[in-house]
Design a protein. Structure first.
Ligand SMILES: NC(=O)c1ccc[n+]([C@@H]2O[C@H](COP(=O)([O-])OP(=O)(O)OC[C@H]3O[C@@H](n4cnc5c(N)ncnc54)[C@H](OP(=O)(O)O)[C@@H]3O)[C@@H](O)[C@H]2O)c1
Length: 319
């Protein structure tokens, strides 16, 4: 029969291709997430300050400082994921840099929510990154959860104001999810290759007193959490995105050396060295408390990498 020649069974009427717009999608998390989304059948576009990218994805441009944005970016998006922001650990925090860190997250979130208000476009969800730095950079045994207050330091304030700006989407009826992210571990880029460098030469050691907790997450789990947040209508508000295992810096550095088969006996690098090198920014290396993964687990998310050693074996040893 002639009509059977067309492969109708290939058409999936339950999941028409949905468009995901990722701000700052050219960065570390965005590159992993856009690949995962594409592999899962979504159409992905990036919103970037630069017109071209070698990702092969559609790129819309914007300039959060001047308020310019390609209107098509918003009018075609079924989901918006907001990752854009000047890197927290890229350079010392001068007053100018602090303003850039804040503005790049807040003006950009505001630009999107203002356009959504103006155009009446209502994507299915607006999902914004935030950081576990929300709880402030102090070392304590407290386990912070999503109902705890923000910290009073610079990063605590950045995260609080970033989340407030993203929350404007919630006020116009868009389901808004905030992903308070720990340090993202990846094979290339980000913190892990830098932390693993001394271990490679057999000189791995704790930073400062080594007692500071390091909330961490494998990039595959972080992408999994974003994808769950897109599809799960019950998810709304803040979620900590950190592995359930709490480890301190000393154990982190020792596990990195162990997984790489290197010795770990060098004395800790004293805190003052980081303070001289990085000034106030050193606080993100030298302080840290425990952050709970309970809420995201209760939402039904199952971690692929819930313990540090398995995450590091995957990232440092597998091709
Ligand atoms: N990686 C982590 O361990 C981690 C942990 C906690 C939270 N987060 C947060 O998650 C988000 C994504 O992280 P990431 O590691 O993927 O960051 P990333 O690699 O630094 O990428 C961020 C992207 O934001 C855009 N951007 C940079 N400076 C900007 C500015 N001044 N104004 C507007 N946009 C700017 C850039 O995209 P274009 O050049 O294309 O515009 C850049 O590719 C960030 O907001 C970060 O703070 C990351």
């Amino acid at each position: 029969m002639k009509f059977l020649k067309f492969p109708y069974y290939c058409l999936d009427y339950r999941h028409p291709m949905e468009n995901v717009l990722i701000t700052g999608g050219t960065g570390l998390i965005g590159r992993h997430l856009s690949k995962r989304l594409k592999d899962s059948g979504y159409s992905v576009a990036l919103l970037s300050r630069k017109p071209a990218s070698n990702s092969g994805l559609k790129v819309y441009t914007w300039d959060p400082d001047s308020g310019a944005i390609d209107p098509e970016a918003i009018s075609t998006a079924d989901y918006i994921i907001h990752l854009a922001g000047a890197g927290l650990g890229d350079r010392r925090w001068s007053e100018k840099r602090k303003k850039e860190i804040l503005d790049s997250r807040i003006l950009s979130a505001r630009l999107i929510t203002t356009r959504l208000k103006e155009t009446g476009r209502r994507p299915k969800a607006f999902i914004s990154a935030s950081g576990t730095g929300y709880y402030g950079s102090a070392t304590s045994e407290q386990i912070f959860n999503e109902s705890d207050e923000s910290g009073a330091d610079f990063i605590g304030e950045v995260c609080r104001r970033w989340e407030e700006a993203a929350g404007e989407a919630g006020k116009i009826g868009i389901r808004t999810v905030i992903i308070r992210t720990g340090i993202v571990l990846t094979k290339r880029g980000g913190a892990l290759p830098r932390m693993a460098l001394p271990a490679r030469f057999g000189i791995g050691s704790p930073l400062g007193n080594g007692r500071q907790y390091v909330p961490w997450i494998h990039v595959d789990d972080l992408c999994g959490i974003y994808i769950k947040a897109m599809g799960d209508q019950r998810m709304s508000g803040p979620y900590n995105a950190t592995a359930p295992e709490h480890i301190n810096n000393s154990r982190l550095m020792e596990t990195i050396s162990g997984v790489m088969g290197r010795p770990f006996f060098f004395p800790a690098i004293p805190s003052f060295i980081f303070k001289i090198l990085y000034g106030e920014m050193a606080s993100i290396l030298l302080n840290g408390s425990r952050v709970s993964a309970e809420k995201i687990i209760e939402s039904g998310y199952v971690f692929s990498y819930s313990d540090l050693e398995s995450a590091l074996r995957n990232l440092l040893c597998e091709r």
